[in-house]
Design a protein around this ligand. Structure first.
Ligand code: NAD
Length: 470
């Protein structure tokens, strides 16, 4: 008998171990997939009347509400995210997702073809069977809920691999699902390493669909693994380098603009796929915006994530700190001006704390301008025309999100039309709500595959039925 590798969950704020658990091996993944296949074949979930599936998921949402404080604490401790962010954002958002998809489950209709008098052609939506989700660490519960909600509502059996650093909220969610009455084997959480458990899921011949959220580099590997094995349907949600575009009249939005810019840049310490890490501002207002934005960044409360007043905790680990600090140091050496942040002076020495950092005059092609740093670092660049703003906004291999600030509807519409991103918000930093699809273009992903009724496309496949009626 081989022993499993261990997974070490560490509190990023203190560096202290939280728990150690066995990591799922490739063999564990294969067994879980076989078990899920059997459960699919028995049909205890997929053939349950859809209202009954909804009822189980609604009970799950209610149990999450009961355990909301625990779930917030698990995610805050594992990620280093401020507890207030988890209490007010991640956990309520996750509960809402489960509830939304539970309620949407029986509103997904098939289609009828205009087949003529002698035949009836219709297209039904069927569960894929065994499905899998591979998740990132930055929104552990929220991302799990985005996958679990529609995948289970559609009648699949789902294997979930949380990120190495943050398995606990997904494990608790699976316990709550069992308590809610989800049949055994329908939802399996496999905490494990990407190179072992993640890679095994991507290659497993029984997994028919795999939804991945994480970095672009890993997404590429997963797509390749699927192509080399069973061509499972893969959907990818990956990184970003999103612009916040402030047109000449953006300051009509006053403090609301500055508050949104801060949230866009520094939520989850900038470790956010949609982080607005590139501010593009019309030169006529650049000075005032830079001053107000920098002042607001300086006021952010950095500290213990467990303290409800804390607005910024540590980065996820030392490697993240080195990546962020290295890119900022290189930009500084190349002539960039650092308006605030840039050095971890005066911050807690335990944990990988890095301050909110605002940079101008970043060298062309530098990492702070082009790479997804996944940290609290924002560059500010100016423009003098719409064309220049669009050119700079689109000068990235990513295309996840963008925001445009203006008082003019025409300008907003023109900009929104020409920005190459899956989600464009106007006069807000927002990914929309559950009714709107979410997803990135270009190397950020496969488009709006998450949230909304679009999410069911990931987890179902269409079947054509042709009936001769003569
Ligand atoms: P990551 O790619 O390192 O890891 C993501 C997941 O993939 C983890 O569960 C990991 O274990 C697994 N994995 C790693 N190697 C694998 C392999 N060879 N085969 C299969 N699975 C493997 O990403 P991360 O550091 O956890 O998360 C940060 C990234 O996620 C950022 O790039 C961020 O932009 C992105 N993200 C995107 C969205 C979105 O919706 N677009 C949301 C959140 C995070």
């Amino acid at each position: 008998m081989t022993t499993n590798e261990m997974l070490h969950v560490v509190n990023p704020a203190t560096g202290e171990p939280i728990t150690t658990l066995p990591a799922a091996s490739a063999d564990d993944v294969a067994k879980a997939a076989e078990r899920a296949r059997q459960v699919c074949d028995i049909g205890v979930w997929s053939r349950l009347p859809v209202r009954e599936r909804s009822a189980v998921l609604l009970r799950l949402a209610a149990l999450m509400e009961r355990d909301a404080e625990l779930l917030a604490r698990l995610d805050s401790e594992d990620t280093g995210k401020p507890i207030t962010e988890c209490r007010t954002g991640d956990v309520p958002g996750a509960i809402e997702s489960i509830r939304w998809f539970a309620e949407a489950a029986d509103k997904i209709f098939g289609r009828l073809a205009p087949s003529g008098p002698d035949a009836l052609g219709f297209m039904s939506r069927e569960p894929v069977g065994v499905a899998a989700a591979i998740l990132p660490w930055n929104y552990p519960l929220a991302m799990t809920a985005w996958k679990v909600g529609p995948a289970l509502a559609a009648g699949n059996c789902l294997l979930v691999k949380p990120a190495e650093a943050t398995p606990r909220s997904a494990l608790h969610l699976a316990e709550l699902a069992a308590e809610a009455g989800l049949p055994d084997g329908v939802l399996t959480v496999l905490p494990g390493y990407g190179r072992e458990a993640g890679a095994a899921l991507a290659r497993d011949p029984l997994v028919e669909a795999l939804s991945f959220t994480g970095s672009t580099a890993t997404g590429r590997r997963i797509l390749k693994a699927a192509a080399e094995t069973n061509f499972k349907r893969v959907s990818l949600e990956m990184g970003g380098k999103s612009p916040q575009i402030l047109m000449a009249d953006a300051l009509v939005h006053g403090d609301e603009l500055i508050g949104n810019m801060i949230e866009a840049a520094f939520l989850t310490m900038g470790q956010n796929c949609t982080a607005g890490s590139r501010v593009l501002v019309h030169s006529s207002i650049a000075e005032e915006v830079l001053e107000r934005f920098t002042d607001a960044a300086k006021k952010l409360v950095i500290g213990d994530p467990a303290d409800p007043r804390t607005q910024m905790g540590p980065l996820i680990d030392r490697a993240a700190f080195e990546r962020v600090a290295g890119a900022v140091d290189a930009a500084r050496a190349g002539g960039a001006q650092i308006h605030t942040g840039g050095l971890p002076h005066g911050l807690p020495s335990r944990g990988a704390y890095y301050p909110p950092t605002v940079i101008t005059r970043a060298p062309e092609g530098s990492d702070v301008l082009t790479r997804e740093l996944f940290g609290p670092v924002v560059t500010v660049q100016t423009f003098t025309s719409e064309d220049e703003a669009l050119r700079k906004a689109n000068a990235t291999e990513y295309g996840l999100a963008a925001s445009v600030w203006t008082g003019e509807l025409d300008t907003a519409l023109r900009m929104a039309r020409h920005i190459e991103a899956g989600v464009v918000s106007v006069n807000a930093y927002s990914e929309g709500d559950l009714t709107t699809p979410f997803g990135g273009w270009k190397q950020s992903g496969f488009g709006g595959v998450e949230k909304s009724t679009n999410a069911f496309d990931q987890w179902t496949r269409e079947k054509t039925v042709w009936i001769r009626t003569r």
